[in-house]
Design a protein around this ligand. Structure first.
Ligand SMILES: NC(=O)C1=CN([C@@H]2O[C@H](COP(=O)(O)OP(=O)(O)OC[C@H]3O[C@@H](n4cnc5c(N)ncnc54)[C@H](OP(=O)(O)O)[C@@H]3O)[C@@H](O)[C@H]2O)C=CC1
Ligand SMILES: O=C(O)[C@@H]1CCC=N1
Length: 280
């Protein structure tokens, strides 16, 4: 089996490296293509566990499974270039936010498409991926897809594309919400007089410890909050401030903003035009 990753950015490279390290494929069976010459040259020099190709003509026709890891706005241009070289036995795994299975099937003239939504912690083997396969994909093919996805962490199979868009708002974009929270706490620490480094250690160790506690048993986040908060103490003062400022509602809205944007990114030109007509 030959696997090709198209787009060697944050996520494409994460998959190529993880699959390469997993030993699941021989080096010559794991191929990477990116349109950037500089990036290709850097990757060739790095001598990773995959082969880097300069043209799609050399690698696409011989691949069995193809990861699409370019930004959604590069997809139309890429699919137009790929279409002539595709055959209907090839299986495509798209990790692009929003882009639907139907768009890829139509754009590439194939049926076997999996839509997956990973997240950036995949880079350290702690990724969370949701995925959905088109019905044309066999059970054996699905096992292979799961093996590839699980090389970066955990995965969950969902039963509609709505859940891929929804998980984009939770786990796909989610690491950025965590970093936002970390940044806010580090800024607060620095305003209290801590050095940059001390602020970083205070905050990152707090996050690490809290996650480890949370994973330790079945206690809910609220249960853990109660263990931290003494009656009439400091934590209660902080939690009351968060509640007064509707922070939970704001985080809820942020997750929905990402979910809605994923749906919007997936709309075809015709769907966008129809929507604009209705809104006029
Ligand atoms: N980053 C994240 O946390 C997550 C991202 N995703 C999805 O993954 C996809 C990739 O995101 P990310 O890795 O962050 O993006 P990056 O911009 O880091 O990587 C995309 C790469 O693809 C290259 N590229 C663009 N067009 C082509 C083409 N026609 N042929 C070959 N290569 C091309 C880009 O080159 P150039 O820079 O020159 O354009 C770039 O090197 C997106 O669709 C995103 O929605 C999903 C989950 C999480
Ligand atoms: O921001 C984005 O659109 C992508 C999808 C999920 C994370 N990054």
């Amino acid at each position: 089996m030959k696997v090709l990753v198209i787009g060697a950015g944050n996520m494409g490279l994460t998959y190529a490296s993880a699959i390469g390290k997993s030993g699941y494929l021989k080096k010559e069976d794991l191929m990477v293509y990116d349109k950037s010459i500089e990036l290709r040259e850097t990757l060739k020099k790095a001598n990773e566990n995959f082969e880097v190709y300069d043209t799609l003509e050399e690698c696409l026709p011989v691949s069995d499974i193809i990861f699409l890891a370019v930004k959604p706005y590069h997809n139309d241009e890429l699919m137009a270039e790929m279409k002539e070289m595709m055959n209907d036995q090839q299986l495509v795994i798209s990790i692009m936010a929003g882009v639907t299975i139907e768009t890829i099937q139509k754009g590439l003239g194939i049926n076997k498409v999996v839509r997956a939504m990973p997240n950036l912690p995949a880079q350290v083997g702690k990724g969370m991926t949701s995925y959905l396969a088109a019905p044309e994909i066999s059970r054996i093919e699905l096992w292979m897809v799961e093996d590839l996805l699980n090389s970066t962490g955990k995965s969950v199979r969902v039963d509609s594309q709505m859940f891929i868009d929804a998980s984009t708002g939770i786990s796909g974009s989610g690491p950025a919400y965590v970093f936002y929270f970390m940044e806010s706490m580090m800024e607060a620490a620095k305003s209290m007089g801590f050095s940059d480094n001390d602020a970083k250690v205070l905050v990152s160790t707090t996050f690490e410890g809290a996650i480890e506690l949370f994973n330790k048993n079945k206690l809910s986040p609220n249960g853990w909050m109660k263990r931290v908060a003494s009656k009439g103490g400091t934590t209660q003062a902080a939690l009351a401030s968060l509640e007064d400022n509707n922070v939970k509602e704001l985080i809820h809205d942020a997750a929905y903003a990402a979910f809605n944007r994923a749906v919007e990114l997936g709309q075809t030109k015709e769907e966008k035009e129809q929507l604009e007509e209705v809104e006029k």
